[in-house]
Design a protein around this ligand. Structure first.
Ligand code: LLP
Length: 421
């Protein structure tokens, strides 16, 4: 169900009109729907019904604390990838025993932080990381619960920059070497081996790569148990894709993904964790922007928006498609024309879309980028000294600013000029 719909000709987020939000916070801004976030979390939770499980929201996709609190209240765990994300999850009230720590380069300080504050498990990605973690835990008089992230050498068939499960990627330990690494881990004093972790990539639009990876994990579980390891938890990662282009065939649903999990690893008696990010937050958010100018070029017209690549980098970085729709509903049968939709940043890469068909738009009118709730605000920057844009959360007829726009003074005063200048 879509919570961003036209009502009386005006695009709404749930029951709030976007022009009403724009009047209060100005454009550009991100806007999220609580109902969509809740629904998507529940789809995963219900898909794993019957299994002992925890849905650990991959907070890298959208880590605003209001969203973490909403997820936490629903019972979600968190997948964190840095000390900063760990502290942010804790600040939003997520208990340590619901936080899993992923990432290929955890530092000693980050390990200490998580061991002190409480952690469900570390997903360890290398032998040096195992040794450092053991040493730190041992020095603190505790043992660190771990899974080893295995790299199953499976092609996720997604964009090269977000595929992680092939042997040439930096992630995990080659599955062929896993038994050796588990034996080494079990012998370390500060380590408690509890399971296996796998994550093969993001924006997967088919189930087959998951199936290949999970079957390999099931086989490894049996082997490791035969080797004497008490494998009792499987973290199956995230990565289920979303329909960015409504005209395309939709990726598999969480319920189908859940059935696949049950079919491949359901009979092992393990506790199951998954780490979805994009499917929970992606279609729960839009980016609203105003047209600054309509500019006629050589054989093409440009819509120059007040949002830019620093606010939403996905088109520039991954050639990603986002549907772009006018905030005021075009009349039925309204003529359309192609626009190149761009931001004000001084690079040609600051292009959101080429030859996109839209009804005629005038300066000051607003458009919304759909499916911008994941990897949007979190990947934004202040390039060109453009302030980070506000984030707004809607709940039925209410809305709240959940991150304010910084002032120019706040941005500029973060720099310090050395006294010799
Ligand atoms: N678990 C691990 C270990 C991950 O590395 C990721 C994503 C996830 C879970 C969540 O994956 P999801 O369910 O969101 O697909 N910035 C890129 C996506 C990067 C994904 C990185 N890892 C984009 O905008 O498409």
């Amino acid at each position: 169900m879509d919570h961003f719909l036209y009502k009386d000709g005006i695009l709404h987020a749930e029951d709030v009109s976007l022009p009403a939000i724009a009047a209060e916070v100005g454009t550009p801004f991100y806007c999220y729907s609580s109902a969509t976030l809740t629904r998507h979390y529940k789809l995963f939770d219900e898909a794993l019904d019957g299994l002992d499980h925890l849905v650990c929201y991959a907070m890298k996709s959208n880590s605003n604390q209001a969203i973490l609190k909403l997820m936490g209240d629903l019972g979600a765990g968190m997948d964190v990838v840095s000390g900063g994300e760990y502290l942010r999850a804790k600040a939003a009230g997520i208990p340590g025993d619901r936080i899993v720590f992923s990432g290929v380069g955890k530092t000693g300080d980050e390990m200490r932080l998580a061991l002190e504050g409480g952690i469900r498990q570390f997903n360890v990605e290398s032998e040096p990381e195992l040794r450092l973690l053991s040493q730190i835990a041992d020095s603190m008089g505790v043992t660190a619960p771990i899974t080893v992230r295995v790299n199953p050498d499976v092609d996720a068939r997604t964009h090269a920059k977000i595929a992680t499960g092939k042997s040439e990627n930096k992630f995990g330990i080659p599955i062929a070497r896993a038994r050796e690494v588990y034996d080494m881990a079990a012998a370390l004093p500060g380590i408690d081996v509890i399971g296996i972790d796998v994550h093969i990539g993001s924006q997967l639009t088919e189930l087959e790569p998951f199936e290949m990876a999970y079957l390999k994990v099931a086989e490894l579980t049996r082997q490791l148990r035969a080797d004497g390891h008490d494998i009792r938890r499987l973290d199956l990662g995230g990565g289920l894709g979303i329909p960015y282009e409504r005209s395309n065939t939709a990726p598999p649903l969480p319920v189908e993904y859940g059935a696949l999990i049950k079919r491949t690893v359901g009979d092992l008696g393990c506790e199951i964790e998954i780490e979805p990010g994009r499917l929970i937050s992606g279609n729960a958010g839009i980016l609203v922007s105003s047209v600054i100018y309509v500019k006629s070029g050589e054989g093409r017209d440009f819509l120059i928006l007040d949002a830019a690549m620093n606010d939403l980098i996905r088109p520039a970085m991954y050639e990603a498609w986002h549907d772009i729709v006018p905030v005021i509903e075009p009349e039925a049968g309204a003529e359309r024309q192609p626009f190149d939709i761009v931001g004000p940043v001084c690079e040609s890469g600051d292009t959101f879309a080429k030859a996109r068909q839209l009804p005629p738009l005038r300066d000051g009118e607003m458009v919304a980028f759909r499916s911008a709730g994941a990897y949007g605000a979190v990947m934004s920057s202040e390039y060109n000294t453009r302030p980070l844009i506000p984030e707004v959360l809607v709940h039925e007829h209410q809305f709240a600013v959940i991150r304010t726009r910084p002032t120019f003074d706040e941005i500029i005063n973060r720099d310090t000029i050395p006294k010799w200048l």
